[in-house]
Ligand binder design. Structure first.
Ligand SMILES: *Cc1c(COP(=O)(O)O)cnc(C)c1O
Length: 461
C-alpha cells in the first residue's frame, strides 16, 4: 500500500516514511492511495480472532513491507502485555448502551492502545536504521502520558512533550512529570493546547530544524495511530455479534472517530459515527450547520477535548472533496484564515456517516451523576459526553459509547459531580507523591526550539 498527502497527490510514500514523518512535507496529512476493503471471507475468518490476532490482521494490511506479519504479531503482543485487561479492551452494558472501555493501558486513556504499538514500531525501525530520533508532541493531557510511557528508556530516542501550563488535570500532569528516564522532557507552555499544537507544526515545517534533530511526531495525525485504533471497532463488532452499530465517540482532534470511519470504509457495518464534543464545539457546529470557524478555547472538565483545530478533519475534507488535493489545499487556507463554511453538498456527504452533539459543563457533570445513580458506575467526563450525546440523539441499544479514559484521571470533575474521590489503580498511586520535573516556557517558537536543541546536544554528550 502506498500513501499520498491530502495536499498533493504526486508523491507516493511507503508506510515507513508515513509513520516516521507523521506530517507530509507540504503540511498535508497522509492517506492510503486507495481504500482497502475486507471481503465476506475475511470477515468470517476474523470474527473469532483474539484481539492480538485481529490487530495483526488489520494493521498488516497497512504496513506493507515495513514488517513481516509474524513479527508484527510479536510486537502487538508485547505492546499490550502491560494492559490491565486480557482482551486489551472491555465491553460493559450500562443502561441501554454498551460501553467499550479503552482505558486499561498503563496511563489510563485510549491513547495507550495506539501509542504502545508505535513505541515498539520506533524501536523496530531503529533496529534496522542507525539513527537517533527526537519525538516532539503536543498534548492536551493524555497523548503525552501515553507517548512518554511508550518511549521512556528506549534506545536512540528522546521525547519532548508540550502541554498547556495549568490546563491539564493534576493527575494527567503527574503521570508525565514524575517519569525519571533521561530521554523524557516535559515542557509546560504558557498558552492553550492549540498553541502547543501550532508550535509543533511550526517546528515540523521548519525543515532546517526538523532535519537537524531528526524530528518525528506521534500526534493523533500519525497514520499508524489511526490504523491501530480501527482494531477495537472491529473487535467490538465481533464481540457483540450485532448486525449494524453506531458509535458515539468523545471527540477532540477527530483521530479516534476517523479510525471508526476508516473501519467503515474497510467494510465494517457501522451506520452512524457520533461526534460528541464539549462546549469547544467547532466539530458539532461544522457537522450540524456547516460552521467550521474556531472560537476561543475554553477550559472544561474534559481537557482532552479542549480543542478548536481538529487536525484530522482535513482527512475527511479531502474525502468529501472527492480526494482532490487542490481543493483541499484551498480549503485549508480558508481554515487557517478562520473563514471556512461547509457548503450543502459537503454537509450532506458528511451526514451520511456522521451525527454530532455537544454537552456543556453542567450537562457533563449531570451525566456523570445520573449514570452513577442509575447504574452505579463512574464515567470519566469525556465518556460522559459520549454517553450524553447518544442520549440526546435518542440512540437505541445498537449504539456503543467509546469510553476513552479512566475516571481517576480526572479527580476534579468526579469530585464535583459525585463529591467523592475516585482512586487511581494501585500501580499508579505513586505518581501522587513523587517529585515532578517539567520546564515552563513562554509560547515562543524560538524559546522552545532553543530549549530542545540544547537538550538534544546535552544528551549526545
Ligand atoms: C484524546 C482524547 C479524546 C479525543 O480523541 P481525538 O482522537 O483527539 O478525537 C477523548 N477523550 C480522551 C480521554 C482523550 O484522551
Amino acid at each position: 500500500m502506498k500513501y499520498i498527502s491530502t495536499r498533493s497527490s504526486s508523491e507516493r510514500l511507503s508506510f515507513e516514511s508515513v509513520f516516521i514523518k507523521s506530517l507530509a512535507d507540504d503540511g498535508g496529512l497522509f492517506l492510503p492511495e486507495t481504500d482497502y476493503k475486507f471481503n465476506e471471507k475475511d470477515f468470517l475468518k476474523m470474527q473469532n480472532m483474539s484481539y492480538y490476532e485481529l490487530a495483526t490482521e488489520i494493521i498488516h494490511k497497512f504496513t506493507g513491507d515495513f514488517i513481516q506479519k509474524d513479527h508484527l504479531h510479536k510486537l502487538v503482543k508485547k505492546s499490550y502485555s502491560s494492559f490491565r485487561s486480557e482482551d486489551v479492551v472491555k465491553l460493559r452494558q450500562v443502561g441501554k448502551f454498551n460501553i467499550l472501555e479503552l482505558f486499561h493501558g498503563p496511563t489510563l486513556a485510549f491513547k495507550d492502545i495506539a501509542m504502545q504499538l508505535i513505541g515498539n514500531f520506533y524501536e523496530y525501525y531503529l533496529s534496522k536504521n542507525e539513527n537517533f530520533i527526537n519525538i516532539i508532541v503536543a498534548t492536551s493531557g493524555d497523548t503525552g502520558a501515553a507517548a512518554i510511557d511508550a518511549i521512556k528508556g528506549k534506545k536512540n530516542l528522546n521525547i519532548f512533550v508540550l502541554h498547556p501550563h495549568n490546563r491539564i488535570s493534576s493527575v494527567q500532569r503527574r503521570i508525565m512529570s514524575t517519569v525519571k528516564e533521561k530521554n523524557v522532557f516535559n515542557i509546560a507552555i504558557e498558552g492553550n493546547f492549540d498553541d502547543c499544537q501550532n508550535l509543533v507544526k511550526a517546528m515540523f515545517v521548519d525543515q532546517n530544524f526538523s532535519k537537524k534533530i531528526n524530528m518525528s511526531g506521534v500526534n493523533s495525525i500519525n497514520w499508524a495511530r489511526i490504523v491501530a485504533q480501527t482494531v477495537y471497532y472491529f473487535f467490538c463488532f465481533f464481540s457483540l455479534k450485532s448486525k449494524k452499530l453506531n458509535f458515539s465517540v468523545p471527540t477532540g482532534n477527530f483521530g479516534d472517530i476517523y479510525a471508526g470511519y476508516l473501519a467503515k470504509k474497510m467494510g465494517l457495518p457501522i451506520d452512524k459515527l457520533i461526534v460528541a464534543t464539549n462546549q469547544n464545539d467547532i466539530l458539532h457546529r461544522a457537522i450540524s450547520k456547516g460552521d467550521y470557524t474556531s472560537k476561543k478555547v475554553s477550559e472544561t472538565f474534559s481537557p482532552s477535548m479542549d480543542i478548536q483545530i481538529a487536525s484530522n478533519f482535513e482527512r475527511l475534507i479531502f474525502e468529501i472533496q472527492g480526494r482532490n488535493s487542490d481543493k483541499t489545499k484551498d480549503i485549508m487556507v480558508k481554515v487557517k484564515e478562520n473563514n471556512y463554511k461547509l457548503d450543502d453538498t459537503s454537509l450532506s456527504k458528511i451526514k451520511k456517516d456522521f451525527l454530532s452533539e455537544k454537552l456543556n459543563e453542567e450537562e457533563t457533570i449531570n451525566e456523570i451523576k445520573d449514570v452513577f445513580e442509575k447504574h452505579n458506575i463512574v464515567l470519566d467526563p469525556h465518556t460522559a459526553i459520549g454517553y450524553g450525546a447518544a442520549k440526546k440523539l435518542e440512540q437505541d441499544n445498537n449504539c456503543v459509547i467509546l469510553s476513552t479514559a479512566h475516571p481517576s484521571k480526572f479527580p476534579e470533575a468526579i469530585k464535583n459531580a459525585l463529591g467523592k474521590n475516585e482512586e487511581l489503580p494501585k500501580d499508579l498511586r505513586k505518581v501522587l507523591k513523587e517529585e515532578e520535573k517539567f520546564e515552563i516556557l513562554e509560547n515562543s517558537l524560538d524559546k522552545v526550539k532553543n530549549y530542545i536543541l540544547n537538550k538534544v546536544n546535552e544528551n549526545k554528550n
